[in-house]
Design a protein around this ligand. Structure first.
Ligand code: ATP
Length: 201
């Protein structure tokens, strides 16, 4: 079983998230992409705008798009309010699914920040990485060079440079606040959920 952890704030989940998950599942023959909304992202200074419960529900609604997609609460808020570190999440998943081949799915912007993550070496041991291109974040070996990966670490990083999705949750939150329904950028059920709960106003 080939399983990818796809962590994110998903505040809200959008077309870009679904596009990179679908492209990665196709390119790397993934059986499951586990969308895991994060309680507290360690590298984001501000808390999410929507509650964890709302982000989880929006992620659930979006994941019906593809039978390979599933929602996971593995990165739910910690009881003591501490940040969720991917290295802990991956270690937990590895215990839960000892026979799975584990991947982490991430956009180029997040991965190029890897040196700021907790325990980068361990992260590259625990899983293989699928890194997807994002507009304004060029993704090739010159950019990766800054991460100073060893040859064996580099061999565990797979690039998917063909996706170009011009969408970000930050931009969507601003537009939703201005009552723009963001046509085409949100799954319909997510747009309806946002509307019904008056989120991001
Ligand atoms: P925000 O604008 O609030 O920072 P975001 O749109 O980057 O949000 P996140 O939930 O923080 O969304 O992202 C989760 C993961 O999805 C990250 O690895 C991020 O790099 C990736 N990602 C998000 N949007 C895109 C996109 N348009 N193209 C490629 N990767 C993306």
């Amino acid at each position: 079983m080939r399983v990818a952890l796809f962590g994110g704030t998903f505040d809200p989940i959008h077309r870009g998230h679904l596009a990179i998950a679908g492209a990665a599942a196709d390119a790397f023959a993934l059986d499951r992409v586990l969308f895991a909304p994060v309680g507290q992202q360690p590298l984001k200074s501000e808390s999410a705008a929507a509650s964890f419960a709302d982000r989880l529900e929006m992620t659930r609604l979006a994941c019906v798009a593809d039978p390979r997609f599933a929602v996971s609460t593995v990165d739910a808020p910690r009881v003591d309010g501490s940040p969720n570190y991917t290295v802990d999440t991956l270690a937990a998943l590895a215990c839960e699914m000892p026979s799975a081949t584990l991947f982490v799915l991430t956009g180029a912007d997040s991965f190029l920040d890897l040196r700021r993550w907790r325990s980068p070496e361990r992260l590259l041991e625990l899983a293989e990485w699928i890194v997807v291109s994002r507009p304004d974040f060029p993704l090739s070996d010159p950019q990766l060079a800054a991460l100073a990966l060893t040859a064996s670490q580099r061999a565990r990083v797979h690039l998917l440079p063909t996706v170009q999705e011009e969408v970000s949750a930050t931009d969507l939150r601003l537009r939703l606040r201005a009552a723009d329904p963001c046509p085409g950028l949100l799954p319909a059920a997510v747009a309806e959920y946002i509307q019904s709960r008056a989120l991001y106003r």
